[in-house]
Design a protein around this ligand. Structure first.
Ligand SMILES: [Zn+2]
Length: 256
């Protein structure tokens, strides 16, 4: 599991967040990518789903919530993981919270049953590339394309045909090219506002305090369910989800 690299992300994400917006204008174009020579096998198979036309989405990095001004987007990155993802799923179910899972392609391929469980529980999928390279913004377009599109195939296959609705660059290493590519395949680039830094193991109390302090500044909160020991993450979620609800927040998905 690739580990996150720390602070460089934030500047990078900010730069990306301030970047190109004009190219997102053609947000409702349908991209015809099905092979007309190949007969449809019906709506249920993964192969059929993977070939269905995809609606292009906006290419700016999203932070807002579909749930509106008091909405919160819980996002869970780097899994699925056989130890931690089931614990996170149980907790989210207990709390009645839907979240967005940004999956690494190799993890999805290794644990397809967990991908299907995430979908069955009503959560949304997000593409987090094949190999979690936080320097992919320095790499060729061919490399970025391979990282995104191969992960898309891996996640869609593992899920049984349900596509990722978002794309989150590892470490926020977006490029204009990768955002456009993801958007043209129906994946809205997804940022975050509140970084719990759970991968640094600051302690559940610190993570909870971070959310309480920063949530007013933006709705999208970043947690991880893989890439290391995640008991602090589970403990922090257990405490902070009820607190958010008590404050009048509702839980939703990022805008597309
Ligand atoms: Zn990540």
């Amino acid at each position: 599991m690739a580990k996150h690299k720390g602070r460089a992300w934030h500047g990078r994400l900010l730069a990306a967040a301030l970047g190109v917006t004009a190219l997102a204008a053609a947000a409702s174009v349908w991209t015809a990518q099905a092979d007309p020579t190949r007969p449809s096998k019906g709506g249920d198979s993964a192969a059929a789903a993977a070939e269905r036309p995809v609606k292009k989405v906006a290419a700016e990095i999203a932070h807002a919530s579909e749930a509106g001004p008091r909405g919160v987007n819980i996002t869970i990155d780097d899994g699925p993981d056989p130890v931690w993802t089931p614990q996170v799923l149980r907790l989210l179910k207990d709390e009645g919270v839907k979240a967005t899972f940004c999956m690494v392609g190799t993890q999805a391929e290794a644990y397809p049953d967990l991908v299907k469980k995430v979908v069955a529980d009503g959560h949304r999928l997000c593409n987090h590339t094949v190999s979690h390279d936080t320097t992919m913004d320095t790499k060729s377009e061919a490399y970025q394309s391979q990282q995104i599109l191969d992960a898309e195939r891996m996640i869609t296959k593992a899920s049984g045909g349900v596509r990722s609705q978002y794309y989150r660059a590892p470490g926020g290493a977006f490029t204009p090219y990768s955002r456009q590519l993801a958007a043209s395949h129906g994946m809205r680039p997804l940022g975050w506002n509140v970084d719990t830094k759970d991968f640094e193991h600051p302690g559940a109390d610190t993570m909870v305090a971070t959310v309480k302090r920063e949530i007013a500044g933006g709705p999208t909160v970043l947690f991880h369910d893989a890439g290391g020991e995640r008991s602090e993450t589970v403990a922090a979620l257990r405490e902070v989800l009820p607190w958010l609800r008590e404050q009048g927040y509702t839980f939703g998905f990022p805008v597309r």
